[in-house]
Write a protein that binds this ligand. Structure first.
Ligand code: NAD
Length: 486
């Protein structure tokens, strides 16, 4: 059977494909799809289509109209749940159950959450009374930012795309989406779903391609963009910042992390080992929030290391639709090479590999996939590169500590600052240490438990700005303050 061709979606139509690149399955190296690579002219057309939409009727839609549209999109995403699930699993190779519970379910939730937040939003207004007796009413109208470039990664493709698209539409913007070259399928399908839900032509455009010298660069350097929202690696964020600098545009960045967990000796150890195992191995370690450094108070060090090693060894690689599969591959052979280079580096820097450290031997065509062993290190020095740089794989360094002060200092000694988790039965200490973490998100006795209205983002190399509820809407709207003398 011939592989399908994924095309660019511009101005409400799928364009003829032109040049294509291959999307390869990380499960077994088979061809998933041929993908049309947008050239500069296609990106120009997409930005022009978005500009026309935002300057036209779409830019003047009312909040209730947009809220109703978001709810219709959520309903259509739900109706086409299985198609999106198949697309996401084909591109990423992640277990079907994970994609069902996490990725596609969150896409529905994202549209509903931003419909609710937008519907409940008031205006900022002030009654001004000056000492000389003058009075005025101030209120800030919220207008769309305009044409927004959305650039997303491959690890949670649909979840992260809808996390940006829903608030962008809620704010009345038109968008040009550049999905990752590794995960083009669900974004293409989402464009179709948006049209089915009644999104006007030109409001949502999708261009496929790579970063430098391809669609990512053509989009971020485009002079007619009003803002860029990006999730991906910190180094890519820096490159995008340079690209938009000449045009002085706002950016919203969700970037990498080297997230820490701190486990105190009084923690409920069985709950902690469960939570840590999830936080290290979910999505084969390819979640920006994943824990890569675990600080363990010395009295429980051996017990937690043994518990985590059992969990790592129990993970079952396999085809996404096999119900016994509990872990998927990495996204590509190239990414596996990067992760393996850290496995080798850690050992050369003094780590002991407790479990894993290589590539599993799998039967049949799976041996052509990007499979990797879940891995745990002990003995890695604090200054080792493997303990400081983001690996983005199923791996963590396990490090002993004695005092709360020491654990707090070690956890915070990083240029990243995305997320942290504290495990303890002493809630006073839990609040205290969680609050001292220099991160955007800090959990106590849990991980990746999210309220979509709460702020999400990072400090330092982990990002600029916050997403979630009102925080997202700030980025996607521009206030105009109107001051009326009374
Ligand atoms: P990446 O930075 O390599 O690519 C992300 C996207 O940017 C892709 O669409 C890519 O084509 C595009 N791109 C690459 N170079 C570009 C350039 N010069 N100009 C414009 N676009 C460019 O990231 P990735 O490997 O796809 O994803 C993994 C990274 O994403 C990890 O670092 C992870 O921590 C991070 N991430 C962060 C969050 C968060 O919320 N903080 C969430 C998920 C992933």
């Amino acid at each position: 059977m011939a592989a399908k061709t994924l095309r660019n979606y511009v101005g409400g139509a799928f364009l003829p494909p032109g040049n294509t690149f291959d999307k390869i399955s990380p499960v077994d190296g088979s061809l998933v799809a041929q993908v049309a690579e947008a050239d500069r002219n296609t990106v120009d057309q997409a930005v022009a289509a978005a500009r026309k939409a935002v300057d036209g009727a779409w830019g003047n839609t009312s909040v209730p109209e947009r809220v109703a549209l978001l709810r219709r999109i959520a309903d259509r995403v739900e109706a086409r749940f299985d198609d999106l699930l198949a697309a996401e699993v084909a591109d990423t190779g992640k277990p079907l159950a994970l994609a069902r519970e996490l990725d596609v379910a969150r896409a529905v939730a994202n549209f509903r959450a931003f419909a609710d937040v937008t519907a409940a939003r008031g205006l900022d207004s002030f009654l001004t009374e000056l000492p000389d007796g003058r009075r005025a009413l101030n209120y800030a109208l919220r207008k769309p930012l305009g044409v927004v470039g959305i650039i997303v990664p491959w690890n949670l493709p649909l979840l992260l795309l809808t996390w940006k698209l829903a608030p962008a539409l809620a704010g009345g913007n038109a968008v040009v989406i550049k999905p990752s070259e590794e995960t083009p399928s669900s974004a293409t399908l989402l464009a179709e779903i948006c049209a089915e839900a009644g999104v006007p032509d030109g409001v949502v455009n999708v261009v496929h391609g790579f970063g430098p010298d391809s669609a990512g660069e053509w989009l971020t350097t485009h002079p007619d963009l009003d803002g860029v929202t990006f999730t991906g690696e910190s180094a890519t964020g820096a490159a995008i910042m340079r690209a938009v600098a000449p045009h002085v545009r706002p950016v919203s960045f969700e970037l990498g992390g080297k997230n820490a967990a701190i486990v105190f000796a009084d923690a409920d150890l069985s709950r902690t080992v469960d939570g840590l195992a999830r936080s290290i191995f979910t999505n084969t370690g390819q979640v920006c929030l994943c824990t890569e450094r675990v600080y363990l108070q010395r009295p429980v060090f051996d017990e937690v290391v043994a518990g985590l090693a059992d969990r790592a060894r129990a993970l079952r690689p396999g085809r996404p639709d096999d119900p016994s599969t509990t872990t998927g591959p990495l996204i590509s052979l190239a990414h596996r090479e990067k992760v393996l280079s850290y496995y080798r580096l850690a050992e050369s820097e003094g780590a002991t590999t407790v479990t894993g450290g290589g590539v599993p031997s799998l039967a049949g065509s799976l041996d052509r996939g990007a499979w990797i062993e879940p891995t745990l290190w002990t003995g890695l020095p604090h200054d080792a590169r493997a303990a400081r740089e983001e690996v983005f794989g199923p791996v963590a360094a396990l490090i002993p500590f004695d005092t709360e002060e020491e654990a707090t200092r070690l956890a915070n000694d990083t240029r990243y600052g995305l997320a942290a988790a504290v495990w303890t039965r002493d809630l006073e200490r839990g609040h205290r240490v969680a609050g001292r973490m220099r991160v955007g998100m800090s959990w106590v006795n849990t991980w990746f438990l999210r309220d979509l209205r709460s702020p999400f983002g990072g400090v330092g190399l982990s990002g600029i700005g916050r997403e979630g509820g009102e925080h997202s809407l700030h980025f996607y709207t521009e206030p105009t303050n109107v001051c009326v003398a009374l």
